[in-house]
Design a protein around this ligand. Sequence first.
Ligand code: HEM
Length: 131
Amino acid sequence: MTVDLETVRLFVHVLAATVWVGGQITLAALVPALRGAGGAATRAAANAFQKVAWPAFAVLLLTGVWNVAAEGDQGSAYRNTLVLKLVLVVVSGVSAFVHARASSRSAMAVFGALTGLSAIATLFVGIVLAG
Ligand code: HEM
């Protein structure tokens, strides 16, 4: 099978999605064990994750725009699905930003859940778009 620019474009987009979405799920699974090792371990792990998560988010935005340009307009259903996806991307990014700066446990939990759920929903809508 041939490897072309489209292959590279989608590969980089999906690779970045695995870091943004998969990374959040993995970090959430590690938090109970990190908390057992002391509060500083949780914060250190979260800060380390941010160093790969935000560059991955930037790559998603850049390859996302490339996707839109390469795929072109495929009609109203495609446009509506893309708009839904972009709303989810904004929710995922903004809630991650607020989560990382939250001072109360409840705000951290609410915005952490919101960024995780919206990231998973974005992934699903991405698959629908590519389908
Ligand atoms: C949290 C951020 C994002 C995630 C998790 C994500 C995830 C995905 C996934 C998994 C696919 C399917 C790839 C495939 O099946 O080949 C996809 C496709 C797509 N994404 Fe994203 N994406 C994100 C952000 C964006 C952004 C910001 C844009 C636009 C600016 C975008 C535009 C697209 C388009 C147009 C497609 C369809 C590509 C095609 O038809 O080949 N994505 N995305």
